[in-house]
Design a protein around this ligand. Sequence first.
Ligand code: PLP
Length: 482
Amino acid sequence: MIEYVSTRDPEQTPYNYNFVLMQGLAPDGGLYVPTSYPEISHDKLADLVERPYVDVFAAVNSLFVGDSMPLDKQRNLAEQAYATAKFPDAPGGNITPLRWLTDDIAIQQLSLGPTAAFKDMALQVLGQHFQHILGETGESLTMLGATSGDTGSSAEAAMKGLGHISLTMLSPEEGMSDFQKAQMAGFSGDNILNISVKGRFDDCQDMVKALKKEPEFAQLGAVNSINWGRVAAQVAYYVHGYTQAVEGDIGRLVDFVVPTGNFGNVLAGYIAKQMGVPIRRLIVATNENSVVDELIQTGVYSKPPKAHITSSPSMDITVASNYERIVADIFPNDPYAVTDYMRTFESKGIVYFREFGVPTDILYRMGFESGMSTHQNRLAAIRYAYDRSNTIIDPHTADAVTVALQEQMYNAAEHIPLVCMSTALPVKFEHTIREALGLVPERPARFAGLEERAAAKAGSFALIAAGDLKSLASLLRENTAH
Ligand SMILES: *Cc1c(COP(=O)(O)O)cnc(C)c1O
């Protein structure tokens, strides 16, 4: 039965899925990882060809949940998370469909959910799992998070109105798109509280960290991408993407190209590969914030002084939080080495594999490749997709398509499908689409008039100063779950 340990725990104490889901970050500062990866056979993959997403999800996710929830309950929660009503624009009910741009390059659409970003794929089911566990234990969960864009609305859409749960999100007063702000404003009320901080994303994150150090708030839950439940949930759409890309020819190899920030999405692809899904390469695509691209190419993990603000803002990061889970595979069964490597990075802002006796190309050997794109590259990729196949892609997907086109130049003879993960709908980033194409993408009906509706909803964001923990604490006491 599947068990999890913290990457930094010298005792390697095992826990079950429910426990690590509720914990988020381990108390020792490490991340929870399975003690071994479950396997998925080719026969099982063949079974999942052309099945609806919830069937694929139920089969794959049960390998990670194990016996910590009854199987029929898991199925039931998945049905609620991925109900077709939440994905009204899914073609033929397929909520993660492929669309081919060329003979070899496809995009896999992951952003047809309630908030038009791929984070819905994991957070929808996380909300259901949280609520189920709390119902069993009779406990309640008060959550606090910081967001610079998609996590906020996606987490709020998933937690809105759920009993035993309250969610407070901090976001910077400036920096998010009007669309993103309006989305969050729409969720304010009931168990959801939005707080706007007069500062930047880093200020929001610092306030979350500072407040959690106070004993009264030590038990606050987390929705950010280091939660194992989010990573585990994402593995299912790699399986679904794989079976579609090979059209049932199980065993044929596929490459995935993944626009990457915190390394959450691509980590799920790596896990699918470890489980036996025939994935050849996991190709990481970054924007000008190329920390992970450099890490894969050079073996040096180096934190820049600050993030560039780019036209693919959900990837504007200086550290890749989930990377520690890969580090745990680089140093198998050696939590001391993992801790040492991560602490070196945390204290010096830079760490080299060679100091740890690890070859500099270890990530390549593990199946990773990478590339990066600039704003001009993204504009060109948006035009390319539009001209080639009449598809409007968002700027994050454009990062992936840029890198896929670079890869294809080297691999032209191989005809291995390159599946680019499409992580947001273009409607979220109208400004960049207009710059690339001179037009704005059509709005799905459910988002029509979003900004106007939000503007009419007065007081949907509380406003506090950066660093004002006193105001934050009193607002949180008012939005505590019962
Ligand atoms: C969060 C996000 C990403 C980055 O995903 P990670 O899991 O952090 O690597 C990419 N694109 C969009 C649109 C996002 O919202």
